[in-house]
Design a protein. Structure first.
Length: 348
């Protein structure tokens, strides 16, 4: 007896940061009005179902990428899960039915298990079993990154969800959008991961910029990344910057509040801001320094979600900058907690 079948309607698993899936669902519903959402993990992982065909549903998602949706994976087969070794036979049977793989294609297998549930195998164990089978049957190359195809397998308690897609159609090519960076020896702050992720997510290359202003820079994770990328950095924060940075020849450190600095106009081509406090207050402080940016300068700004009204908060921040800053994107990054990251550009 076959223990798996395609879902009746277009179906994706959507992942958001903990406690934020509710916002992702709200955004997706604006794109797919008949959306039904079922929680797989509380306010974090949801099964998104619509009568819109898969291609159109995906196009809508990619055209207006939801701020809180970190990752999606298509669900092409739903099956019964025993959580024992016998599941491998089911997974192998589905894999063998695949028609899209060509010899030489790079195929990644991304398996996620539900936390708190016991399985007789690991996520890596599934990959270990399936990889040789895919190599033998299709002549594909198993990879972890830079895949042509991703097999996404989400394991629930007694059901599993299987889908195959191009990584670009998953919004992130990391399993569940959980992008990982290696912690470096002597790394100044974990905040550095946020800026690294913003660089990847927004397809930026900070080494292409020349002069950056870092608002709320201490202890200096973001500043250290920009210095590593070869930029001249003006770091502003009344709090202390890490001593390892202070003698850097490319660094200017202004140990005071942003509202007490005066800098020449049209100086910087990159503004980054990770100041804590009220988002509206942060936006006004940033506004004061907008004349110091060159036309076309890029801004990467963390917006703290203090009042749980994320869409309204982002709108208010953008309204404070008015026409001076053009909105490019807003995303809750994997490394953001109760905050989102804005990507803006100064108008020419
Ligand atoms: C989350 S931390 C920044 C971490 C930093 N991005 C890093 O990578 O290490 C927030 C910083 O904003 C600073 N801050 C808050 N209000 C500020 C203001 N008005 N002017 C300058 N810095 C401010 C705080 O002192 C604090 O160091």
């Amino acid at each position: 007896m076959q223990t798996f079948q395609p879902p009746a309607q277009t179906c994706f698993i959507g992942s958001a940061n903990p406690h934020h899936a509710v916002y992702a669902v709200e955004e997706v519903r604006r794109l797919w009005p008949d959306l039904t959402a079922k929680e797989l993990e509380e306010n974090e992982i949801v099964l998104l179902t619509t009568s819109t065909d898969l291609e159109s549903a995906l196009t809508l998602l990619k055209q207006k990428e939801p701020m809180f949706l970190r990752h999606v994976q298509p669900v092409e087969q739903v099956g019964v899960l025993t959580r024992s070794q016998s599941d491998f036979e089911t997974f192998a049977a589905i894999a063998q039915q695949e028609t899209r793989f060509c010899p030489g294609d790079k195929v990644a297998i991304q398996v996620r298990r539900t936390p708190g549930i016991t399985y007789d195998y690991t996520a890596f164990g599934v990959k270990e079993k399936l990889d040789p089978l895919l190599v033998e049957q299709f002549g594909v190359e198993p990879v972890v990154r830079d895949a042509d195809w991703v097999i996404s397998l989400y394991l629930g308690k007694d059901q599993f969800y299987w889908g195959v897609s191009h990584p670009a159609d998953n919004l992130s090519d990391w399993s569940g959008g959980m992008i990982r960076f290696r912690q470096e020896l002597g790394q100044i702050s974990r905040a550095k991961f946020k800026l690294l992720e913003a660089e990847t997510r927004f397809r930026l290359d900070f080494s292409q910029f020349h002069r950056a202003i870092d608002l709320g820079a201490a202890p200096g994770g973001w500043t250290s990344l920009l210095l590593e990328r070869g930029l001249q950095v003006t770091a502003i924060d009344p709090a202390v910057l890490h001593p390892s940075l202070l003698s850097h020849p490319q660094l200017t450190y202004l140990a005071r509040s942003v509202n007490h600095v005066n800098l020449p106009n049209q100086t910087f081509d990159l503004l980054v801001c990770d100041m804590n406090g009220s988002p509206q207050q942060m936006a006004r402080l940033v506004e004061r320094l907008l004349p110091t940016l060159k036309a076309g300068a890029t801004g990467i700004v963390t917006v703290k979600l203090l009042h749980k009204k994320p869409f309204q908060t982002v709108k208010e921040v953008l309204a404070i900058w008015g026409k001076t800053m053009r909105f490019i994107a807003a995303k809750q990054l994997y490394h953001n907690r109760d905050e989102v990251t804005l990507y803006v550009q100064k108008e020419d």
